[in-house]
Design a protein around this ligand. Structure first.
Ligand code: 0RA
Length: 634
């Protein structure tokens, strides 16, 4: 066996390994994994953009679940690779972790699931076709389930350079082949923001009418921050942008302040979101605290009695986007989304510190507004602290005293216990009678709970319904949250199937998201699904949980010419305890929706928009989405 044949066997074994355990390479074979294929391909094009050779990327969603990604980069090299005795393109497409680039490239993405490359996409596709423009020639090669259908061929002449990568994901591998326009568009938009000037043209031509999203932001992350802050009232007259490159670490930061109490930092390393933060984020935070203190002092804005300004107060109302590019990123943390490279702390701190010092010295009016805001935050925090201690003491917000309305379960093992948060006293009554009291607790809420997005912590804590939830769950909230004290593994929101019910559910979710986000992240929050209709015919009856099920149930009866009656449930209160148990609460027959935050940043923005104090963004959202609403009851 000569060397080339030996390499061929290695290649086949590699492709086989990917097809046998796709999850190891792309996370899963669900919708998420399917989209991962697109991320892998576009990452290669983005790498060309980062290296300065590419400024346009077309992504086309074609009929029959085919995706095409075309860039004007250098084109995948086509020469014969000495080790493998075949074209470099074929090597890139078939050898695992050949990664694409053979030389030590600038900021290659690595860590997590990113950067597994073209060969994985190829192995998991029914077919892949690569067309390359290079050296005035047009090259082409096709693969089926990773295996070349022929060698790389010259099929014509070309002008310019670039790569076109077209693939159809393999239905033998993936649970779904349907791409989501909005998932793709959201990421492409983010990539366009993060790579200033890069033009991504995304076209969905699966249906007759094309949808096109032409994305290009000459302001980069400064444009990004303007979009995020659209609905907010700013404190600074305009967002600022700072950047620098030290020891081949590239730093870009955009920041501004608004009048809320929230700190919002989006951070990225090599275009990958780092929700857990890391050294780039802490470098920036340190610099911000240091410089604001220094400048406030030298400009005489701090009195002796004010002491030192604390980081937490300084970051209230801060919105920042931090994007760094690092040659060898080290990812740490629970979800491998925290940057670990220690050298980045000092570099980020220096780049942002130098800029901020100059900016604040040159703009005394901005500095004055900022320091005033920080001092206000400090005072508000101290006042809230006092108020909270008072409320806490008054209501004994500890686990010792459970709310009176709570009908607790007898089990004390959180993992088997669940609590139903029920809208209204009458539904609460039915739920109490219908439940299995060994493991199901019922907490009825009276009327609407307060909107914490508008009220702030202090007023929220004065709200009886909120206090009941906090004491029932046992975890405490905010900074004092302790997940280990959670008394119920499942927290189930059960509201009426009407607009009011949806509103109450949203208010509860807003509270949970803002003050107990870990419960959402850990999958403790569920939404009960009560039936919408009962279809009765003679002695038998069935429940319908959706319009679709209703149609199925009635069309069967219609076909058989049977008489039936239809009951529409407007509220939980219309069901008797047995019905509530069997349709909605019995673990053997009920359906629960688990609440998850797939994209925390999106969720955050949406909560801002829908529950915050500005009306205009909410109106826009409603106008854009009104056509999707089907079941508005009147
Ligand atoms: C290997 C080496 C070079 C570029 C690429 C791969 C490359 C890969 C992809 C995948 C999609 N688009 C791409 N564009 C380029 C460097 C080429 C050179 O040095 O000329």
């Amino acid at each position: 066996m000569n060397n080339y044949q030996a390499e061929d066997i290695t290649v086949l074994e590699g492709l086989e390994a990917v097809r046998k355990r796709p999850g190891m390479y792309i996370g899963s074979t669900s919708e998420r994994g399917l989209h991962h294929l697109v991320w892998e391909v576009i990452d290669n094009s983005i790498d060309e953009a980062l290296a300065g050779y590419c400024n346009k990327i077309y992504v086309n969603l074609l009929p029959d679940n085919i995706v095409e990604i075309i860039d004007n980069g250098r084109g995948i090299p086509t020469g014969i690779h000495p080790k493998y005795g075949k074209s470099a393109l074929e090597v890139v497409m078939t050898v695992l972790h050949a990664g694409g680039k053979f030389e030590n490239d600038n900021y290659k993405v690595s860590g997590g699931l990113h950067g597994v490359g073209a060969s994985v996409v190829n192995a998991l596709s029914e077919w892949t076709e690569v067309t390359v423009k290079r050296d005035e020639k047009l090259y082409f090669q096709r693969f089926e389930r990773g295996i070349p259908c022929g060698i790389l061929e010259v099929i014509g002449v070309s002008e310019g350079t670039g790569t076109a990568f077209k693939f159809k994901a393999d239905h033998e591998i993936f649970e779904t082949l349907i791409y989501s326009f909005s998932i793709l568009e959201t990421r492409f938009k983010e990539l366009a923001y993060l790579n200033r000037g890069l033009n991504i043209i995304f076209t969905d031509s699966r249906k007759e009418e094309n949808k096109v999203s032409d994305l290009k932001f000459d302001g980069g992350i400064l444009d990004y921050i303007k979009e995020i802050e659209q609905g907010q009232t700013p404190i600074m007259s305009t967002p600022v942008f700072m950047s620098g490159n030290v020891d081949n670490v590239d730093v870009e930061i955009a920041m501004t302040y608004n009048i809320t109490q929230k700190e919002t930092i989006y951070s990225f390393v090599n275009n990958i979101n780092t929700p857990e933060g890391g050294t780039h984020v802490s470098g920036f935070r340190t610099a911000l605290t240091r410089v604001i203190n220094d400048v406030a002092k030298t400009q005489g804005l701090l009195k002796e009695k004010d002491g030192k300004l604390q980081g937490g107060d300084i970051r209230e109302g801060l919105t920042a986007i931090i994007s760094v590019k690092v040659a060898q990123p080290q990812f740490e943390g629970q979800t491998k989304t925290k940057l670990g490279n220690s050298e980045v702390t000092g570099i980020t701190s220096k780049v942002s510190g130098d800029f901020l010092k100059m900016f604040l010295e040159d703009n005394p009016e901005e500095t004055r507004k900022l320091v005033e805001k920080v001092l206000n935050s400090k005072r508000a925090r101290e006042a809230a602290q006092r108020a909270r201690e008072l409320v806490l003491r008054k209501s004994a917000l500890d686990v010792g005293s459970l709310p009176g309305k709570l009908a607790d379960c007898s089990s004390k093992k959180p993992e088997e216990c669940e609590v139903y948060i029920v809208e209204g006293e009458s539904a609460g009554g039915s739920a109490k009678q219908g439940r299995d009291r060994s493991f199901q607790a019922i907490l009825p809420l009276r009327g609407k709970i307060i909107n914490v997005e508008k009220s702030g912590l202090h007023r929220a804590l004065e709200n009886t319904e909120i206090r009941s939830m906090i004491t029932a769950f046992g975890t405490g909230i905010g900074d004092n949250f302790n997940g280990e004290k959670l008394r119920y593994g499942k927290i189930i929101i059960m509201t009426d199937a009407d607009v009011d019910g949806a509103h109450i559910r949203t208010l509860i979710l807003t509270f949970l998201y803002r003050y107990m986000v870990e419960l959402v992240q850990n999958g403790n929050i569920f939404i009960a699904q009560p039936p919408l209709y009962k279809v009765s015919s003679g002695k038998s009856s069935v429940y319908a949980y959706s319009e679709k099920q209703l149609k199925e149930a009635t069309s069967n009866l219609d076909r058989e010419n049977k008489r039936y009656t239809l009951q529409r449930y407007k509220g939980l209160g219309e069901m008797n305890p047995e019905q509530l148990w069997s349709t909605t609460m019995n673990p053997d027959s009920r359906t629960l929706l688990q609440v998850s935050i797939d994209d925390a940043r999106q969720a955050d923005l949406l909560f801002d928009k829908l529950m915050g104090d500005k009306v205009e963004p909410r109106r826009e959202f409603i106008e854009e989405n009104a056509t999707y609403v089907k079941n508005l009851d009147v």
